[in-house]
Design a protein around this ligand. Structure first.
Ligand SMILES: NC(=O)c1ccc[n+]([C@@H]2O[C@H](COP(=O)([O-])OP(=O)(O)OC[C@H]3O[C@@H](n4cnc5c(N)ncnc54)[C@H](OP(=O)(O)O)[C@@H]3O)[C@@H](O)[C@H]2O)c1
Length: 330
C-alpha cells in the first residue's frame, strides 16, 4: 500500500481507503463488517470513512464496536465522520454551531474514540453563515476533538470562502474535500477544483469510484440479487443508475471499457479504480465493498496504475467522451 499526503497537510493516508455508506449495518453485520475491516487494515488501509447519517448512526455504532474489538492502536488508523443530516428536527441538521457541536460529540460516542481525525461538512448549508461553521470547526480542533476539517460536495467558491474567512480571523482552514469522482463524474475534481490544489493545498478523499457498482459491469444483464440498488430505501439509486437513459449509457460504456481491461489482463473494476488513483491530487480513493472477494479484487487496483500508459488513457477517453473542457487562457 502506498500512502499519500492529505493535500498539503502532514497526514499520510493510504491511497485506498474503506467507507461504510450503504454497506455497514444495511448489508454487513458485525461479523462480516469486522472481517472486511480486518482485510482492509491488514492490506495497509489506514483510513475508514463514515458519517452521522449512514444508516442513521448505525454504521458508526458498528464501526465503533469493531474498533473496540480489534484493539487496533488508535494512532495506527484515521477515522472520519461527517455532519449535516443528523435527524429531522431543525436543530439536528445543517452546519450551525449547535449541530456541528452536537453531531461531533454523538459521533465520538458512536465510534468509541476520543477524537475524529477528519471531520467533514457533508454538504454546504445555505442557512448558516460560513463564518459560523468555520468557527465551530476551529473550536472542535482547539478542544482536540477533531484534527482536520473539510467539506463534501462544496463548490470551489464555497471552499475558497471558508478558506478566506479562516485566514482572515486566524482560524484553521479546511484541509480536504470529499467529492464524487469516477469515470462518469469528473468535472469537479479535474476542472472546478484545479486551482485549489495549488493555491490552498486542498486534499481529496473521493467517493463512489465505481459509480455505485456500475463500473464493475455487474448491471450489464439487469440487476443481480443482493446489490445496493435492490435495498429498500434505495429506489432513488435504482432510478438513477438503472432506469434512466444516462444510467443505461453508463452501463453500455462500462461494457466497452471491459475490452480495455481484458487487454491489460485486469478486471474492469480494477481499471476503473486505478483510473481514479492515477490523479495525483486524489489523496485517497474510498472503496466500498459487501464481500471479502470484492474488497480483495478492489485492493488489486493499486498494482494496475502502472499499466495506464498514455495510449490506454487515450483509449479510455475515446469511450468516455467526457473530458472536461480546458479553461481558455487569454
Ligand atoms: N461524501 C459523500 O457524500 C459520500 C457519498 C457516497 C459515498 N461516500 C463514501 O465513499 C465510500 C465509497 O462509496 P461507494 O460505496 O458508493 O463506492 P463504489 O465503489 O462506487 O460502490 C461500492 C459498491 O459497489 C459494489 N462493488 C464494489 N466492489 C465490487 C466488486 N469488486 N465486484 C462487484 N461489485 C462491487 C458493492 O455494492 P453491492 O455489492 O451492493 O453491489 C459496493 O458496496 C462510501 O462508503 C462512503 O464512505 C461519501
Amino acid at each position: 500500500m502506498k500512502y499519500r499526503r492529505l493535500g498539503k497537510s502532514g497526514l499520510k493516508i493510504s491511497e485506498l481507503s474503506f467507507g461504510s455508506w450503504v454497506t455497514f449495518s444495511n448489508q454487513l453485520d458485525e461479523k462480516k463488517g469486522r472481517e472486511l475491516l480486518e482485510v482492509a487494515y491488514d492490506a495497509g488501509i489506514n483510513f475508514f470513512d463514515s458519517a452521522e447519517t449512514y444508516a442513521d448512526g448505525e454504521a458508526e455504532l458498528l464501526l465503533g464496536k469493531i474498533f473496540r474489538e480489534t484493539k487496533w492502536k488508535r494512532d495506527s488508523f484515521v477515522v472520519s465522520s461527517k455532519v449535516f443530516w443528523g435527524g429531522t428536527l431543525p436543530t439536528q441538521r445543517g452546519l450551525s454551531r449547535k449541530h456541528v457541536h452536537d453531531a461531533c460529540h454523538a459521533a465520538l460516542r458512536r465510534l468509541q474514540v476520543d477524537y475524529l481525525d477528519l471531520y467533514f461538512c457533508h454538504r454546504p448549508d445555505v442557512h448558516t453563515p460560513i463564518e459560523e461553521t468555520v468557527r465551530a470547526m476551529n473550536s472542535l480542533i482547539e478542544q482536540g476533538k477533531v484534527l482536520y476539517w473539510g467539506t463534501s460536495e462544496w463548490s470551489a467558491q464555497q471552499i475558497m470562502e471558508a478558506y478566506s474567512v479562516a485566514r482572515q480571523y486566524n482560524l484553521i482552514p479546511p484541509t480536504m474535500e470529499q467529492p464524487q469522482y469516477n469515470m462518469f463524474c469528473r468535472e469537479r475534481v479535474e476542472k472546478e477544483y484545479a486551482r485549489l490544489y495549488h493555491e490552498i493545498g486542498l486534499g481529496t478523499t473521493i467517493w463512489s469510484p465505481l459509480a455505485s457498482g456500475v463500473l464493475t459491469g455487474k448491471y450489464a444483464k439487469g440487476v443481480p440479487a443482493n446489490t445496493r440498488v435492490s435495498l429498500p430505501g434505495y429506489e432513488w439509486l435504482k432510478r438513477s443508475i438503472i432506469d434512466s437513459s444516462e444510467g443505461q449509457d453508463h452501463i453500455a460504456k462500462a461494457e466497452r471499457l471491459r475490452g480495455i481491461a481484458s487487454d491489460l489482463g485486469v478486471s474492469l473494476t480494477q481499471l476503473a479504480l486505478a483510473w481514479c488513483l492515477r490523479v495525483p491530487y486524489v489523496s485517497t480513493v474510498i472503496l466500498g465493498a459487501t464481500s471479502k472477494s470484492q474488497l480483495v479484487e478492489n485492493l488489486g487496483a493499486k498494482d494496475v496504475i502502472s499499466k495506464l500508459t498514455p495510449d490506454v488513457i487515450e483509449a479510455i477517453e475515446s469511450i468516455l467522451d467526457n473530458h472536461p473542457e480546458t479553461t481558455p487562457e487569454y
